[in-house]
Design a protein around this ligand. Sequence first.
Ligand code: NAP
Length: 606
Amino acid sequence: MTTELEVGLYIFMLAGFLGYHIITRVPPLLHTPLMSATNAIAAISLVGSLVVAGSDYSNVPNGWVCTLLGLAAVTCSATNAFGGFLITDRMLRMFKTAEERARGTRRPVELQAFGAVLALVAVVAVLLYATKPAGMAMGEYLHEHVGAGALRYCYILSAAMFVLGLKGLSSPKWARSGMSLAAFGMFVAVVGTLFHPHIVTYRWIGLGILIGAVVGGTMGLQIPMTAVPQRTALSHSLGALAACLVGVSEYFRYQGQLSPVTLTALDFEVVVGGLTFTGSLMAAGKLQELLPGRPITYRGQNIISLSLLSVIVGSGIYLVATQAATSFFYVMVGLSLVFGLLLVIPIGAADMPVVIALLNSYGGLADAAMGFVLMNKIQIITGSLDGTSGFLLSLLMCRAMNRSAMNVLFGAFGQVSEEEVTAAAEAKGTVRSITPDETAVLFETASNIVIVPGYGMAVAQAQHAVAELANILGQRGIDVKYAIHPVAGRMPGHMNVLLAEANVPYEQLHEMEAINPYFPEADIVLVVGANDVTNPAAKNNKSSPLYGMPILEVERAKSIIVLKRSMRPGFAGVDNDLYYNEKCMMLFGDAKDSLTKLIMEMKSLL
Ligand code: NAP
């Protein structure tokens, strides 16, 4: 006989494999939307939170605590759902081909989605009316006969929609429709949960959803694209907090009566949820520069962190072994919150994207654990999909940087002293600089130009100026291509999103493998705030920390112009040999300022 736990485990594994196959097919172009899409889908913690917020605690001493925890969990999850889907849609709306841009707006996905919702609601209403026994009130029929079945079918439907939604991300053409389907899946799961037999009041549910809609909606609509990394981190922290709060509420209610299996899942849920909450908050703080971005290290750091982890794991084992109702559980939750902080402190701000992707995966696992505690299969499926996606993305990033996950997590990468920078620069020789007017004259002689954007473009918010310059060059008959490195910037696919925001058609964006053979033909390469991703030391200097990382081979072009403010290194903290190459000229200054001057010069040459 197969137990519910076994079924849950099978579902978890199969969803993980399915997630692997779907997510490996998402092109690098859409990796940032993928991160925010899985983040939105992870808001499925909402279904568990709804049950906790709406349950009857009249027989539980101090049951209001559970209601309060449920309300907070609903608010966090709803914020994630609204914010996540809205910002993903904003991003995906930007990805257009030149033809689609010329034609104007795309197919109205919102109208299609709204039509589909209306059609489904109408079909369900007709079915309910047709099957209701004569003389029975609709409310009584819904509560007594439809509830449990509706819940089951809604969950199956929404699981299928989440999978198809993620599948849509395998092409920019279908990505938006896919995400609308996933958002609809979330709607169906939430509506289905409202029929849950444990829900006796909708008061706190309504309040939590309302707050979540306002906060999440504002975040989703207002946050600039350059702040997507920190928003994603913040959103992970809210999702993880929801999982942790639901776990705490379940323990508060059922302590002393939980089976070892449920208690194991619950321990896992609160510990992983807790550490993901504080870890993600810290990651968001570092990315927003509210906290120091450099890695913070101290003597015995790894030993202290490992000792704390051992205490947490030991506490979990003790709780399961004794099954006692003890406040020791809350100490374990507190320690996992501290552990999350310790985990992220030694990692530099620039490595945060890998950390965020890993925390995304932890958040997914916490959601899946919540699914095991509540025996809710939709949460097991989405938790597994989310966990796989985050894990795969972090591996892809590590591979593109030629670094191991261990090096990212424990290597304190990015610590560079001022003396090292100066010493390295002095040892290398002459650097040629160029002015905007000289650059404009040089452009006049070119027939093709490759633009290489990097993190500095995001810092300067220069994407619109880059696109304007490219348009001017195009009008002069100069062929313009963009070369995109998979880890340029601070998020996978970061440059694609920023350029899409500036209306650059995505067919002009060329991935590293495709554009590298083209560099020898390029008359000019214009590097806009990119550094490490162009550093030839990655190919020819075995002692460089970048050695082995695939790079954009810009040094093979006929001439190179680099826009940056100084000779300071990039994320890896190493000097760039490219700047001493005799074909290379530096246009010093903020990238946006330099581009604005360059555009004016180009216009004056007309
Ligand atoms: P980078 O190596 O970090 O270099 C960025 C350059 O931009 C800096 O050298 C800086 O020089 C310049 N800059 C900063 N602000 C500027 C401004 N306002 N105007 C003009 N220039 C400005 O960036 P990258 O070449 O894009 O490489 C990304 C790095 O991040 C790689 O090492 C990658 O491994 C790492 N990373 C990426 C991801 C990801 O998912 N994308 C994840 C983790 C790590 P100045 O200070 O002199 O201006």
